[in-house]
Design a protein around this ligand. Structure first.
Ligand SMILES: *[C@@H]1O[C@H](CO)[C@@H](O)[C@H](O)[C@H]1NC(C)=O
Ligand SMILES: *[C@@H]1O[C@H](CO)[C@@H](O)[C@H](O)[C@H]1NC(C)=O
Ligand SMILES: *[C@@H]1O[C@H](CO)[C@@H](O)[C@H](O)[C@H]1NC(C)=O
Ligand SMILES: *[C@@H]1O[C@H](CO)[C@@H](O)[C@H](O)[C@H]1NC(C)=O
Length: 381
C-alpha cells in the first residue's frame, strides 16, 4: 500500500517535473514572462520627411524624462551605402530600427568604425537621455536640456553607453525620415515585444518645398539616394524628389487609414505640423497620450514657448531648433515662393495635398490673401 502511494507520489513528481521542463524548454513560460515584461514599454516611431518639423516634434519627446530618443539612426545606413537607393536600403533600415527600438546597438557595427564613442552617433546630443545622468554627469536627469551645451561637454564615453542608457528607459522614441513604404514596418508592428506606435508627421508640401530650397546642399546626398542616381548630383528643377516624398507619404497615410490591417489599429496617428502650431495645447496633449506619456506642465509650457515665443535669436544653422513664431514661419512660403513654383509644387504633390487636407491656391491674389485659411478641417486618425 505504502509502496504504491510512494510510487504515485514519485510518478506525480516526475510528471510535474516533465511538464515544467516542457513548458520552460519550449520557452512558453520564458516567452510569457518576457512579453509581460515588455508590454509596459512603449516604442514610438515618428515617421516624417525632411524639413517638416520633425526635429522639433522629436524634441517634444526627447525632453521628456521618461524617454530615450534617437534622431534618424538610419542616417548611418544611408551614409555607408550612399551609392544605393531608398527602396533597396529599406530592409537595412528596418533591421536597424528594430534593433535600436529594442536597445540593441550592436547593429551599428555595420555602419560605424570600431572604438567609437557616443559622439559618433548622428545628432547624439538631440537625445536628452544621452546628455543627462547616468549617460553624462554634467546634467541631472530632468526635462529640457540645452543640446548645444550638452554637445560641448558630453559624448566622450565609449559607444556602449548608448545601449546601457537606452535599457534604463521605458519609452523609446525614434524619429525617421528615410522610409517610403509602410509595408516595410509591418513586421515591427506585428512584433508583440515592440508594441510599436507610429506618429506620422506631415506638413504643407509648399512649406516643405520652400524649406528644402534653403538647404539644397545639405540634402544633396539624400536626394540622390531618393532618386537613385548612384551618387550623381541631381538637378531637381522639376521637383522630382518632392514628388517622390509627397507620393510615398500619401500612400503610407492611405495604407494606414483605408481598411488598415488589424495590427495597425490604434497604432497610427497622423499629425499635421500646422495643427500643432495652431492648436498647440490640444495637439501636444494628444501626442503624449498616444505615447502613454504624462504631459507635464514644464514640458507643455516649454513647447508653447518654442512654438509661439519670440525674442530668442534666430540661428543660421540649418538644423538647429530655435524659438520663433512658428505660426508665421509655417506660412512663410506664401511670401517667398513665386506663384509659378506654387503651381508646380501643388501639381507634383496633388495626392498628398488632397489626402492631408491642404487647400490649393489658384492665383497670386489668393497666395497673398493671408485671411484665406489653407488648412482644411479633417477627421482624426
Ligand atoms: C529619469 O527621471 C525619471 C523621473 O523624473 C525616471 O522615471 C527615470 O527612470 C529616470 N531615468 C534615469 C535613466 O534615471
Ligand atoms: C544653450 O547653450 C549655449 C552654449 O552653452 C548658449 O550659447 C545658448 O544660449 C543656450 N541656449 C539656451 C536656449 O539657453
Ligand atoms: C536643370 O534642368 C532644367 C531642365 O530640365 C534646365 O532648364 C536647367 O537649366 C537645369 N539647371 C541646372 C543648374 O543645370
Ligand atoms: C511674418 O513675418 C514676416 C517678416 O517678419 C512678414 O513679412 C509677414 O507678413 C508675417 N506674416 C504674418 C502672417 O504675420
Amino acid at each position: 500500500m505504502l509502496r504504491i502511494k510512494l510510487m504515485d507520489s514519485v510518478l506525480a513528481l516526475l510528471i510535474f517535473g516533465q511538464i515544467l521542463y516542457l513548458l520552460l524548454h519550449q520557452g512558453k513560460f520564458g516567452h510569457w514572462l518576457s512579453e509581460e515584461a515588455e508590454t509596459d514599454k512603449v516604442h514610438l516611431l515618428i515617421l516624417s520627411t525632411w524639413r517638416s518639423g520633425s526635429s522639433l516634434v522629436g524634441q517634444f519627446f526627447s525632453q521628456h524624462p521618461n524617454v530615450f530618443y534617437m534622431m534618424e539612426p538610419s542616417w548611418h545606413v544611408w551614409r555607408t551605402l550612399s551609392g544605393s537607393n531608398a527602396r533597396v536600403l529599406h530592409m537595412a533600415v528596418r533591421d536597424l530600427l528594430q534593433s535600436v527600438l529594442k536597445c540593441d546597438m550592436s547593429v551599428f557595427d555595420a555602419y560605424m568604425k570600431g572604438n567609437r564613442k557616443v559622439l559618433d552617433l548622428f545628432f547624439w546630443y538631440a537625445s536628452r537621455a544621452l546628455c543627462t545622468l547616468p549617460a553624462c554627469d554634467k546634467f541631472p536627469n530632468v526635462s529640457i536640456v540645452n543640446a548645444t551645451a550638452c554637445s560641448d561637454v558630453c559624448g566622450n564615453d565609449p559607444f556602449e553607453k548608448v545601449e546601457q542608457v537606452c535599457g534604463l528607459y521605458r519609452c523609446i522614441v525614434v524619429k525617421e525620415v528615410r522610409l517610403f513604404d509602410l509595408k516595410v514596418l509591418y513586421p515591427l508592428l506585428k512584433d508583440p515585444s515592440l508594441n510599436l506606435k507610429i506618429l506620422h508627421l506631415v506638413r504643407d508640401p509648399r512649406a516643405v518645398a520652400r524649406s528644402r530650397m534653403q538647404v539644397v546642399k545639405e540634402l544633396d546626398i539624400d536626394s540622390s539616394i531618393v532618386l537613385n542616381t548612384k551618387g550623381t548630383k541631381i538637378n531637381d528643377s522639376e521637383y522630382d524628389v518632392l514628388h517622390e516624398i509627397c507620393q510615398s507619404h500619401a500612400e503610407m497615410f492611405k495604407m494606414a487609414t483605408n481598411d488598415p490591417p488589424p495590427f495597425l489599429k490604434g497604432r497610427y496617428m497622423l499629425l499635421r505640423y500646422e495643427d500643432l502650431v495652431q492648436d498647440t495645447l490640444r495637439k501636444v496633449q494628444e501626442i503624449y497620450k498616444f505615447a502613454s506619456l504624462e504631459a507635464t506642465d514644464k514640458l507643455v509650457q516649454w513647447i508653447i514657448k518654442i512654438l509661439h515665443g519670440q525674442g530668442l535669436p534666430k540661428s543660421n544653422e540649418a538644423f538647429d531648433i530655435t524659438s520663433r513664431n512658428a505660426l508665421n514661419v509655417s506660412q512663410a512660403w506664401r511670401n517667398m515662393l513665386p506663384f509659378q513654383a506654387v503651381k508646380e509644387i501643388q501639381d507634383v504633390c496633388m495626392d498628398a495635398m488632397n489626402s492631408f487636407g491642404y487647400k490649393f491656391i489658384f492665383s497670386r491674389a489668393q497666395q497673398e490673401d493671408w485671411s484665406l485659411n489653407l488648412l482644411l478641417p479633417r477627421l482624426q486618425f
